[in-house]
Design a protein around this ligand. Structure first.
Ligand SMILES: Nc1ncnc2c1ncn2[C@@H]1O[C@H](COP(=O)(O)OP(=O)(O)OP(=O)(O)O)[C@@H](O)[C@H]1O
Length: 594
């Protein structure tokens, strides 16, 4: 059975579009209303100039046809020149104002987008392509800003001109004008078709551009893997495929938009013929009180209507594409953070107290539950370790403590205070974290360390660097930036920067996730003694695969598939001969065999 292909028509100016426009107006344009009013007045003057020009032309032509006084003709010419000078002045001032308004609106939109983006949960960034975010912050805001500024002002000017000149022509010769507008339904039909196709194409084009930008980011960031796996041709063809689909979609949008001009041109040619024919008939027929000057002026008026009408039609053709951009931009604002300060959030809590997880349930996605009633207590001021197989949920526990994600059930308390009753920034500032995925910025190592505490003194930063055994390397490299994402550094150097950050931050709770896994044993041993000094008296939670590095912890928690299966000190766990003992023996055997 063949499936009938049904095409979903995307509504033009849907309720959503109207709502988006209202939002744009109230958020970014309303406060500029006085300036917009000035623009409107100037635009009105421009339209009136055309009407006056037509009226004066008719008088001038009569002077010529009726062999009138030359002075009258000079007077008409002088006034026409003056009127166009006024129109020229307006044409200069209007863009000056609208460019200011639109660039300011783009600036405010980007500022708000960035600020809103910063408030969003980590989960948003994990499910959204970075290409899409960049596209909103860069291209879409720019394009929309330019459109609402200059293009819309021009469109209003054109609309005013069309209305005023048409009004004048109706007043002068209603019969001829009615004859001329027979083409209107045809123009409306074409415009409707164009607008719908443009909107549909623009939605697909925006998706394609987002995918393309994301592809570039992935390829550039993963160049090491690309090269080592000889996958340059594959990446090249992936990006080529992306550009190809953008080209095809843009061509489709622009080819459709290109229908506007010939439609208007054809319609105008038809109208001119009607006006010359019908107007000529009126002049020749004594039943009509119409002379040659009136018909020439009428024809001139029609030319003056069609030119702005053509631009106006183009504007409406593009407008639907812009509605798509507006919707994309607004959708980012509509993302709401779930991890935020509770209404009566407190700032004071006992950072040295126990960290308790009670009946914690959590899942990254409903299909894959991770914790289902997890109970754990990390004693305040002590060193606890979490061990277990890869994927058992160790890092997730650290993420839940700092509210990078919120628990789905149960609760976590620090010193007796539930963490969701604390101000989020206060909670997070109580942690020094050395994470598995270390983020390094393209700056000097020194600046990278200072990042976690911009108010630190120079001596404090150096002390932290000394503690993390990276100071000599800083002296060697000086202020040289370390490349995007720290590409010019080794894994161990990045890890030492992260450890230096933890020293510099010196927060009351330490979370160390595989903090020394990339270090050679000699460096690890040296850093370990410094870390021991750092962790002294602080609640410390260490996640480690190398069990020998956590064997002296006050308490060791053993996780298996999101469940706490064992807990205790190293010796006791060995005696119990459970999972920990198995893991420990397996690792020891591995070392002994080397
Ligand atoms: N951001 C995420 N979105 C969805 N699933 C995730 C995310 N982070 C981790 N997971 C999944 O949750 C589970 C636990 O991950 P977690 O990183 O906590 O494990 P881990 O014990 O720290 O592992 P490892 O020892 O390999 O670092 C894994 O199955 C992982 O695939």
């Amino acid at each position: 059975m063949t499936q009938k292909k049904t095409e979903i028509r995307i509504p033009l100016f849907s309720a959503q579009d109207r709502d988006n426009l209202r939002w744009l107006w109230s958020k970014y344009l309303k406060k500029k209303a006085p300036w917009l009013l000035v623009v409107m007045l100037m635009v009105l003057v421009q339209g009136l100039v055309y009407q006056q020009f037509l009226s004066l032309t008719e008088s001038g032509l009569r002077v010529i046809f009726d062999a009138g006084a030359i002075n009258d003709l000079i007077q008409v010419c002088a006034v026409v020149f003056f009127l166009f000078a006024v129109r020229g002045l307006m044409a200069y001032l209007v863009p000056r104002i609208t460019i200011r308004i639109s660039n300011q609106a783009v600036f405010e939109m980007r500022r708000d987008l960035v600020s809103h983006m910063m408030s969003l949960d980590l989960a948003y960034f994990e499910r959204t392509k970075s290409g899409e975010i960049m596209q909103r912050l860069v291209g879409q805001t720019q394009s929309l800003g330019a459109f609402v500024g200059q293009s819309t002002a021009n469109a209003v000017r054109d609309a005013v001109t069309v209305v005023i000149v048409s009004g004048y022509l109706i007043y002068k010769n209603p019969i001829l004008f009615t004859t001329a507008v027979v083409v209107l339904p045809f123009i409306i039909w074409v415009m409707n078709y164009v607008a719908w196709r443009v909107k549909k194409g623009q939605i697909e084009a925006e998706k394609a551009i987002g995918n393309y930008m994301n592809g570039i980011e992935e390829t550039v960031n993963g160049m090491r893997t690309v090269k080592i796996s000889n996958q340059e041709p594959m990446e090249e063809s992936r990006l080529l495929e992306g550009t190809r689909s953008i080209r095809d979609l843009q061509m489709r949008v622009q080819t459709t938009q290109a229908l506007v001009m010939p439609t208007i041109d054809l319609s105008s040619a038809f109208v001119y013929v009607l006006v010359i024919g019908g107007g000529g008939y009126m002049v020749l027929n004594p039943n009509f009180d119409v002379d040659g000057a009136a018909i020439i002026t009428f024809l001139l008026g029609m030319v003056m209507v069609f030119d702005p009408a053509r631009l106006l039609a183009q504007y409406f053709g593009a407008l639907n594409g812009q509605m798509v951009l507006l919707d994309r931009i607004r959708s980012l604002y509509q993302e709401t953070p779930t991890i935020a300060d509770a209404p009566a959030a407190v700032t004071d809590f006992d950072t040295s107290g126990d960290i308790v997880l009670s009946g914690v349930t959590f899942a990254y996605s409903p299909e894959q539950p991770l914790f289902d009633g997890l109970d754990m207590t990390f004693k305040g001021g002590q060193v606890s370790a979490i061990v277990g197989a890869t994927g058992s949920g160790k890092t997730t526990i650290l993420s839940l403590l700092s509210r990078l994600y919120d628990v789905k059930g149960g609760h976590i308390t620090i010193g007796g205070t539930p963490i969701d009753k604390l101000k989020v920034n206060k909670l997070r500032s109580s942690f020094s974290v050395v994470a598995q995925d270390i983020v390094i910025f393209n700056n000097s190592i020194w600046e990278n360390i200072r990042y976690v505490n911009p108010d630190a003194t120079e001596a404090e930063v150096w002390q932290a660097a000394e503690n993390a055994e990276i100071a000599d390397f800083i002296r060697q490299r000086g202020d040289a930036p370390v490349g995007p994402k720290g590409a010019q550094l080794s894994g161990g150097q990045k890890q030492r920067i992260a450890i230096a950050r933890a020293f510099l931050r010196d927060a009351p709770i330490l979370l160390l996730d595989e903090a020394t896994s990339a270090l050679d044993q000699a460096t690890e041993a040296r850093i370990k003694s410094a870390l021991d000094r750092l962790t002294k008296g602080k609640t410390t939670i260490i996640v480690a695969h190398r069990l020998s590095s956590v064997s002296d912890s006050d308490s060791i928690f053993v996780l298996e598939s999101g469940k706490l299966v064992e807990q205790g000190k190293h010796d006791r766990l060995l005696k119990e001969n459970g999972l920990y003992a198995q893991l420990y023996k397996a690792q020891k055997k591995g070392y002994d065999e080397r």
